[in-house]
Design a protein around this ligand. Structure first.
Ligand code: NI
Length: 138
């Protein structure tokens, strides 16, 4: 474990109260862990901005009756098999499917793949959740 550093922070009172509210709402036991996680969240965003090796999850919602859509989505995933770690498909009801695709690779490549999948006609919703390999977060 790394050496712990203590530092003093000065912030405006209203902002301090906002922080306390957030801390309470999120269920954090202490401010240090809350601040650590805020910094880590910022670091992950920086990893994505600077096109570092990243982890992500793409979630798609689509109607599988749409002509050849399932095939096109599978083809796209095979074209990017180096970046895909796992795919989970859930049949939401008679028509609708949800698919989560766990991806790893350069941030821009993952964003490009998410956009390719999103652009497919018949994909009703696509979201990209950004994650990290965790190397720079300790
Ligand atoms: Ni399905």
């Amino acid at each position: 474990m790394s050496e712990v550093v203590r530092f003093c922070v000065s912030i405006e009172k209203p902002l301090y109260h906002q922080m306390q509210k957030l801390l309470h709402k999120s269920g954090y036991a202490n401010r240090s862990e809350f601040i650590r996680d805020l910094i880590r969240e910022h670091l992950v965003k920086e990893e994505w901005k600077s096109n570092k090796e990243a982890l992500g999850t793409i979630t798609l919602i689509y109607n599988h009756h749409k002509r050849q859509l399932s095939e096109r989505l599978i083809d796209l995933q095979h074209d990017h098999h180096q970046n895909i770690l796992a795919t989970t498909h859930v049949h939401l009801d008679h028509d609708m499917c949800a698919e989560t695709i766990m991806v790893r690779g350069r941030a821009q490549k993952i964003e490009k793949l998410a956009n390719l999948l999103r652009r497919e006609k018949g994909v009703l919703h696509a979201s990209l959740s950004i994650g990290s390999t965790g190397r720079q977060l300790v």
